[in-house]
Design a protein around this ligand. Structure first.
Ligand SMILES: C[C@H](O)[C@H](O)[C@H]1CNC2=NC(N)=NC(=O)C2=N1
Length: 96
């Protein structure tokens, strides 16, 4: 099982991402996409990455605003898996 990062490690890891904040054992990023279809396109790409990683974000879609939340449920905390997928999500959002 992936190891839970402590507060210091999690805070250091979050600063390496773009636009993510940490709320306890969850990290989240909200992005406003240019349109609803673009928001769905971004979510679709993230879904493919999530499946490939076998790690899945909670996703909230409101018109063209999308929030991604990550936590490693099986570990009960934040692990490298969350930060690895968050970085991939940044890559998707940079290109939309
Ligand atoms: C069996 C499989 O590895 C697990 O159910 C995975 C799937 N996706 C997951 N996603 C997240 N965010 N946390 C998990 O603990 C998790 N577990």
């Amino acid at each position: 099982m992936a190891e839970i990062l402590n507060d210091e490690q999690a805070d250091a890891a979050v600063t390496k991402l773009s636009g993510w904040t940490r709320e306890g054992i969850t990290i989240e990023r909200t992005a406003k996409l240019p349109s609803f279809p673009k928001a769905i396109e971004a979510v679709d790409k993230v879904a493919e990455l999530a499946e490939a990683a076998d790690h899945h974000p909670d996703i909230d879609i409101r018109w063209r605003t999308v929030t991604f939340r990550l936590s490693t449920h099986s570990a009960g905390g934040l692990t490298e898996k969350d930060f690895a997928l968050a970085s991939q999500i940044d890559g998707v959002l940079d290109k939309v």
